[in-house]
Ligand binder design. Structure first.
Ligand SMILES: CCCCCCCCCCCCC/C=C/C(=O)SCCNC(=O)CCNC(=O)[C@H](O)C(C)(C)COP(=O)(O)OP(=O)(O)OC[C@H]1O[C@@H](n2cnc3c(N)ncnc32)[C@H](O)[C@@H]1OP(=O)(O)O
Length: 248
């Protein structure tokens, strides 16, 4: 292998990467780096456990029916734990927008707790498998990307996967979520769950059925914002474009 004196490039670029990585670590500080490394390893492991459990269930049962019930505890724990990512943004230990992360995490928490946990008749819909598989592949990729980045040993495939898988997985996952909410509408309308009717002493009414319709409509303006954010990140990381993010 040519020595750095001969080509003057390998050594310089490697030194530059090392300096940038060290700078990033220094910028974060030891405690933040240690916490984020632990957090990302734990989340990678959690979503890997979920992936293995889903594959084993399907191989043993040959059907998706009952799959959600078999993995719901793991899903609820690790997806709820992801709320910490909003805190990471708020305290500034990750450079992500609070708004972007907040919308992403709230949509997941909404799907896990206010849809699939709360509306049992839709737990065996194929659309649930659609978003579960999308989420799982995405999160294993994303958290392992963060882990390897913090450890300064980022495999090229992980970096490539982080900024390419979402191109397909994001729309597929959103389709799964919207189809699941749509499948829940008849039950929500008939049961009147989570709704408050007039007259009541507070003189306030709330209809969960119409709330779900509004939530589905909110995907139209909100999802493209997240998707374009990822495309900007992709251009920045894979093509070295300098992206000046407007202050979110
Ligand atoms: C009450 C009802 C509410 C309902 C709300 C409805 C809203 C509906 C609209 C929204 C619909 C979305 C539905 C979601 C569906 C799916 O997720 S389907 C599955 C596929 N999904 C994806 O591919 C998206 C995955 N999500 C993300 O990537 C993130 O959540 C993100 C916030 C969208 C983008 O992440 P971001 O962090 O901005 O990009 P990165 O390039 O990964 O990171 C930027 C920099 O930050 C560093 N960083 C971030 N987190 C960490 C961490 N944990 N540890 C260490 N470092 C971290 C990262 O390293 C980058 O650093 P730099 O390299 O220095 O930039």
């Amino acid at each position: 292998m040519a020595s750095s004196e001969e080509d003057g490039t390998n050594g310089a670029s490697e030194a530059g990467d090392e300096k940038e990585a060290t700078g990033k670590r220094r910028r974060l500080g030891f405690l933040a780096t240690a916490w984020l490394t632990f957090y990302n390893i734990a989340m990678t492991a959690g979503w890997l456990v979920l992936a293995i459990a889903m594959v084993r269930f399907y191989m043993e049962k040959g059907t998706h029916r009952g799959l959600y019930k078999s993995i719901q505890k793991t899903l609820k724990f690790f997806q709820t734990f992801a709320l910490l990512e909003v805190v990471h943004c708020l305290i500034g230990i990750v450079p992500t927008s609070v708004l972007v992360t907040g919308v992403q995490v709230s949509s997941r928490i909404f799907m896990v707790w206010l849809i699939t946990h709360s509306i049992k008749p839709i737990q065996n819909e194929e659309s649930v498998v659609l978003f579960l598989v999308s989420w799982t592949v995405t999160e294993i990729t994303r958290y392992s990307f963060y882990t390897f980045s913090l450890l300064d040993h980022l495999p090229h495939f992980i970096k490539w996967a982080r900024y390419n898988f979402f191109i397909i997985l994001y729309p597929v996952g959103v389709a799964g979520e919207l189809l699941t909410i749509y499948a829940a509408l008849p039950y929500v309308k008939k049961s009147g769950m989570f709704s408050v009717r007039l007259p009541n002493k507070y003189n306030v009414s709330f209809d969960y059925y119409y709330f779900l319709l509004i939530t589905m409509a909110s995907y139209i303006p909100l999802f493209p914002q997240l998707y374009f954010h990822m495309l900007r990140q992709r251009r920045k990381v894979l093509h070295g474009e300098v992206i000046v993010e407007k202050d979110d």
